[in-house]
Design a protein around this ligand. Structure first.
Ligand SMILES: [Zn+2]
Length: 141
């Protein structure tokens, strides 16, 4: 069989199969993002509506992948709220976000090593609160 003839016979099928493989791969990636978003959103609604429980929770990576990259928290003492970009938190992406709560601290209420607890409110797509200087989890190690 000549090369030319082989191309005629198989070329179209190979191209079609490649395209289907790419499309399926892309659909799978989108399905994962959708699942991440759904999970992050479900957690966020539970936190905002019922105040918890915070566990189990999605991971930092899942929230970012799902497009809910901002975590809103409130200082239990002064009630100041802040939106934190999850991208900026230097923790492994597979860290569940409930684990961040213990290490977040309100700068104005902090006294030395002691700080009042922080409550997680919800996840958002964008920053919804004016920036406010908080102590990030990675600052105190
Ligand atoms: Zn405070």
């Amino acid at each position: 069989m000549s090369t030319k003839k082989r191309e005629v016979i198989w070329g179209g099928q190979i191209m079609g199969a490649d395209i289907r493989a790419r499309n399926a791969r892309e659909a799978a990636r989108k399905a994962i993002r959708d699942a991440d978003r759904a999970e992050a959103h479900a957690w966020s609604v539970r936190m905002e509506g019922y105040g918890g429980p915070a566990q189990p929770s999605p991971t930092i990576g899942q929230c970012i992948s799902g497009g809910l990259g901002w975590l809103e928290v409130e200082c239990v003492r002064c009630k100041t709220r802040v939106s934190l970009p999850l991208e900026a938190i230097r923790r492994p992406r597979d860290t569940p976000i409930w684990k961040l709560e213990a290490s977040l601290k309100c700068r104005s209420c902090r006294k030395g090593r002691h700080a009042p607890p922080v409550r997680m409110i919800k996840l958002t797509e964008k920053q919804e609160i004016t920036p406010y200087k908080w102590v990030h989890p990675d600052e105190e190690r």
